[in-house]
Design a protein around this ligand. Structure first.
Ligand SMILES: [Zn+2]
Length: 191
């Protein structure tokens, strides 16, 4: 564990005990999955976790947020950064923030872009499982959600894949795809 200001960098193995120490003051009922797109794997140098989070925060402030948007960031080496206080509502998905936790996974996981490392894959699975357990949530497409499933303008879940104003986040190749059916086939069984 290493802290610089509010940012706390954890090994994946430290996350569960860190979470157990937190006093939770809001209702949490879903975990959002995102990819950062930029920074992507080529921007990660193995030791610049704090610099990347500070530059993301700067970019988010320039977009009008009060601070960095996400609750947690995962990295290609499997480390986790605590970015926004868990009791603060994140700015991750319009329509899914009030009771949400926002996880930004560093990388561009669209098809043909970054190939997710095993370490990051393991961390994404373990952080998601740990959060679901902590908040007594059953793994499903209601408790773990991809940004792609929401209409960016309406702030509502799309009813039919391929409709609405959506973005590809967390990537068209995130655990084999960004659709609900991909999630059910590839990610849900790991939770
Ligand atoms: Zn996103």
């Amino acid at each position: 564990m290493k802290a610089v200001g509010k940012f706390i960098l954890l090994d994946a193995s430290e996350f569960s005990s860190w979470l157990d120490m937190q006093i939770i003051t809001r209702k949490i009922s879903l975990v959002q999955q995102h990819h950062t797109y930029l920074p992507a794997y080529k921007t990660f140098k193995g030791n610049n976790h704090f610099e990347l989070c500070k530059s993301m925060e700067q970019a988010h402030i320039e977009r009008g947020f009060s601070e960095i948007a996400q609750t947690f960031t995962t990295f290609p080496d499997g480390k986790i950064m605590v970015c926004r206080n868990i009791n603060q509502i994140p700015a991750g998905i319009k329509g899914a923030n009030a009771n949400g936790i926002c996880i930004e996974n560093v990388g561009n996981f669209d098809k043909g872009k970054d190939k997710m490392s095993v370490a990051q894959k393991d961390t994404i699975i373990s952080i998601t499982k740990t959060l679901l357990k902590k908040f007594n949530l059953q793994p499903s497409d209601q408790t773990v959600v991809y940004h792609h499933w929401y209409d960016l303008i309406l702030g509502k879940r799309i009813k039919v894949e391929g409709t609405g104003n959506t973005k590809s986040c967390p990537g068209t190749n995130f655990f084999g795809g960004n659709k609900v059916e991909d999630f059910k086939k590839n990610f849900l069984p790991l939770l």
